[in-house]
Design a protein around this ligand. Structure first.
Ligand code: NZQ
Ligand code: ZN
Length: 394
């Protein structure tokens, strides 16, 4: 039976070649007059998109400041730096030019500037909720995290190795400019990690013991098949515009809530377990998910068997006969083959990390602490379950 749901995806999507030229007019339409442009390392400088964004803002009569140097698994310190610049210059709009790390940093700065008397980290520690947030928008340069339409942001506090998410609809971006051309400069590993992450945002919602809705399942399965097909194309033909367009659109639809409507809240334990890996080992998020998922799936599939059988049949194309358990396991094996086919890891060893038992215990402890009471829907995970999943991924 379909669960009750609320679908809220207010972000305006402007999709296609050259759309970043419209950013100045769009920011003006949403009331921005003093804009902080947030970007990452040098990719946005090298590709020229940062220049184009600044020029478009200037042409629209909008003042802008820049904050570069956001790193993957973005740091709280950079958020504080942005809040300082924002306060000094009366910033009223945040424009992210980059991927999930840049957009998440912009969202965190936007929270910090909207309630300047409070410490923004409290949101990520879940000791308070946000009352206000400045408007945020993005020019997306990598299809992956889905932050361009999501209500989430994930920030790492380096001194404590805590990587923490805060979800709130008031941070949903006003608009997302998505030009697939901009993703052609990505290193292959980032393209492939992005595909793994996009798929996982739908898989987290799909593997649940919650409700059931045929249309949502069909959307989810279609999205997963589409990303797999185009990830394989991009592995050998990274300049393929059509494949980049398919993956980019999937990235937003996979994490704006659409593929979770009517099927309860989803599982999301792979993400929570991976965030601890990101906090401790600074791994690339999508690759970390790929390395962990097979271990999680083999641990929980018996508790969520109908969904794993359906996944094997409708997504992974398993056609052979067998018991439900055998078919479910073939689906998981096929996923591992897919990861390998696009150069993604399917274990910690392949990811290039080798956590000790003590580190695994610590990641599990932190994951439990960060998860509170929501510990998965495919199977509720205890501390010992988490340790067993990490160990089996090793
Ligand atoms: O820093 P630059 O030089 O820009 O390089 C980046 C970075 O090294 C590079 N890159 C991005 N666009 C490029 C490019 N290189 C060449 N050409 C381009 N067009 O790609 C690298 C990764 O960038 P990043 O922003 O970290 O990637 P992604 O979008 O995968 O974001 C990952 C972060 O998002 C979080 C993850 O945990 C991680 O911290 N997530 C955020 C979510 C959300 N807000 O809804 C949900 C996700 O599940 C995820 O947790
Ligand atoms: Zn993710």
């Amino acid at each position: 039976m379909a669960s009750n749901f609320e679908f809220y995806s207010p972000t305006r999507v402007i999709f296609g070649k050259g759309t970043e030229q419209r950013v100045g007019a769009l920011v003006r339409e949403y009331g921005g007059t003093r804009v902080l442009i947030v970007y990452g390392g040098k990719s946005a400088v090298r590709s020229g998109v940062l220049d184009r964004a600044e020029n478009s803002l200037a042409e629209a009569g909008i003042s802008s400041w820049t904050l570069g140097g956001v790193v993957p698994n973005p740091h709280l310190d950079k958020v504080y730096e942005g809040i300082c610049i924002g306060k000094e210059n009366s910033i009223d709009f945040l424009l992210a030019v980059g991927g999930g790390s840049v957009i998440d940093t912009a969202k965190a700065i936007a929270y910090g500037l909207a309630e300047p008397e409070k410490d923004v980290w409290e949101l990520y520690e879940h000791t308070r909720t946000a009352r206000k947030c400045l408007p945020v928008a993005s020019i997306l340069t990598i299809a992956a995290a889905g932050s361009e339409t999501s209500n989430s942001s994930v920030i790492t506090r380096v001194d404590t190795h805590q990587k923490r998410a805060y979800n709130d609809d008031i941070s949903r971006p006003k608009f997302a400019i998505m030009d697939p051309e901009l993703t052609k400069t990505l290193p292959d590993y980032q393209t492939e990690s992005g595909c793994a992450d996009i798929m996982m945002h739908t898989m987290e919602r799909y593997f649940t013991n919650g409700g059931n809705m045929e249309l949502t399942d069909a959307l989810a399965e279609g999205l997963l098949r589409t990303v797999m097909k185009n990830a394989v194309i991009l592995h050998t033909d990274p300049a393929n515009y059509e494949a980049r367009a398919e993956v980019m659109w999937a990235g937003s639809l996979s994490h704006n809530g659409l593929t979770g409507c009517g099927i309860a809240s989803g599982d999301f334990m792979s993400h929570k377990l991976e965030h601890e890996m990101g906090g401790m080992f600074d791994v690339t998020h999508g690759a970390g998910l790929a390395a962990l998922w097979p271990s999680w799936a083999r641990y929980v599939y018996k508790d969520c068997l109908p969904r794993f059988v359906r996944f094997a049949r409708n997504v992974m194309g398993v056609t052979t006969d067998g018991t439900d358990e055998e078919i479910a396991l073939k689906g998981i094996d096929a996923m591992v083959d897919f990861y390998h086919s696009i150069g993604m890891p399917a274990s910690f060893h392949e990811l290039g990390i080798d956590p000790t038992d003590a580190q695994i215990d610590e990641m599990a402890r932190r994951c439990l602490e960060a998860s509170g009471s929501a510990l998965g829907s495919a199977k509720k995970l205890s501390l010992d379950d988490m340790i067993a999943i990490y160990r089996a991924a090793n």
